[in-house]
Design a protein around this ligand. Structure first.
Ligand code: SF4
Ligand code: SF4
Length: 445
């Protein structure tokens, strides 16, 4: 198989061995779950339940009228004991429904297998995906029904399933492809039907030859789906880089989107959730998460209920090995640092990474020495050193002209920078300041 890729990028150590090949386990029923009303990109949900109300597993807890949003459901049966602002893995406090388990774990409606989603119309598929609260499980958490509803003038001719998992340490998608290859393929077929697309691809990095084989085996009856082997390089799983590698198409700069080049990308975990929801009626109440890093005693791949606290997951994995340097939701490149373990697993939690003291990167930044390494690493062909300087000095017009909005915040520049400049932090600040200025100008006009 000839391996495809994109220009630029970096080769950080994979560190996948800690959890690689470990079968997906469920953990015992939590006593409480903490379900935030914001777990997706888009409008927050409003609670549809009250304190004291009894709920069952799979029951709707909160929803929104907005198109770009996704409802949330109870991940166990019990009583709503509180609805209040509570710490969220995104870093702020978010309104959260807290449910105390009744120990029965009863469904509001038991999932029934045997339904054939391919008999549904595209609109029915999208409606059911929305009702099930499915969002992109690769980390971005963009509502899937929105991604599957491009404007009519955008002609989509390719769906790519993202099985790349290029973030170091994480193995949840890899393990899911090993354990559920046929269901993932059925999920892809449902997505293709929803979009009226004839050709599907599954992109997988070459460091997962067993997953490539499993997915090839699962797709051998469907000549419209191709498994594409990709070179091992970060950020191979970023949408633009994946489209370039698989289809050799360039997504235009912002506000350009994959649909502008006829492509829709979904994560393999999302395809699996779509298959489960449409074949049995099961809403998105759990997901596969990798718990890993040298800071945890027993790294694992776990199927976790949405709302389970990180602290409970850490206990199940044998606890910490010693003093913690950093806890991240996600991988080391794009993960979000956590200041407490009292935050719940949400739909976008692909991993919990625990780095021991001494292994987390230094926080003190030095001065740029103009070595050019960040330029060679940037997969978006930007000049990160200059962007950093412009944003630091609030030269927002210059930063915009230098294409700062095209930055995908992948962290490759930070990884290679010998001065350890906080380029992503600075660039993120610059991007949000530019976007705020644009919004203000639009409101005035
Ligand atoms: S400038 Fe942005 S896109 Fe380029 S390497 Fe840095 S974070 Fe990634
Ligand atoms: S890698 Fe760091 S030190 Fe080198 S040019 Fe880029 S910002 Fe400057």
């Amino acid at each position: 198989m000839k391996l495809k890729t994109f220009l630029g990028g970096i080769h950080p150590p994979g560190n996948k061995r800690l959890s690689e090949g470990k079968r997906i386990e469920a953990i015992p029923l939590p006593q409480k779950v903490y379900i935030p009303l914001v777990q997706h990109i888009g409008a927050p949900c409003e609670a549809k339940v009250e304190i004291g109300q009894k709920v069952k597993k799979g029951e709707l807890l909160a929803d929104s009228q907005a198109f770009v949003s996704a409802p949330v459901h109870a991940s166990l049966s019990g009583s709503v004991i509180e609805i209040k602002n509570y710490p969220h893995a995104g870093g702020n406090q978010v309104k959260t429904i807290i449910i105390e388990s009744d120990g029965l774990d009863e469904w509001v409606k038991e999932p029934q297998n045997g339904q054939n989603p391919l008999k549904l119309s595209p609109d029915e598929i999208k409606q059911k995906i929305r009702q099930a609260g499915i969002v992109g499980l690769g980390g971005a958490a963009f509502p899937s029904h929105v991604k599957l509803s491009p404007p009519k003038e955008k002609k989509i001719d390719a769906v790519i399933l993202n099985g790349v998992e290029c973030e170091p340490y994480l193995t949840a998608d890899h393990q899911l492809m090993m354990e559920k290859p046929a269901d993932i393929v059925k999920g892809l077929q449902i997505i293709m039907r929803a979009l009226g697309v004839k050709q599907g691809y599954i992109g997988i990095e070459a460091n997962k030859p067993d997953a490539v084989q499993a997915m090839q085996e699962a797709t051998k009856e469907d000549s419209h789906i191709e498994v594409v082997g990709l070179k091992v390089k970060y950020p191979q799983g970023a949408e633009k880089q994946l489209i370039k590698a698989v289809l050799d198409r360039e997504v235009p700069p912002p506000p350009g989107l994959p649909m502008d080049v006829g492509a829709v990308i979904q994560n393999v975990g999302t395809a699996y959730a779509i298959y489960e929801a449409l074949s049995s009626g099961k809403p998105l109440i759990e997901r596969v998460v990798t718990i890993t890093g040298k800071g945890i005693k027993k790294p694992k791949n776990l199927s976790l209920r949405i709302g389970t606290l990180f602290s409970e997951v850490i206990d199940y994995c044998g606890g910490l090995t010693g003093e913690v340097g950093k806890i991240l939701m996600g991988g080391p490149m794009m993960g979000l640092a956590q200041y407490t373990t009292q935050v719940p697993v949400i739909k976008g939690t692909s991993g919990i990474l625990i780095l021991p003291k001494g292994e987390s990167p230094p926080t003190k930044a030095g001065r740029c020495i103009n070595c050019g390494m960040c330029v060679r690493a940037c997969p978006m062909k930007l000049i990160p050193s200059i962007l950093g300087t412009y944003c630091e000095r609030d030269l927002l017009d210059e930063a915009e002209e230098a294409q700062v909005l095209n930055c995908i915040e992948c962290g490759s520049c930070v990884y290679v920078c010998p001065a350890k400049r906080h380029l992503v932090q600075i660039i993120k600040y610059g991007k949000s300041a530019i976007l705020a200025k644009k919004r203000e100008q639009k409101n005035k006009s």
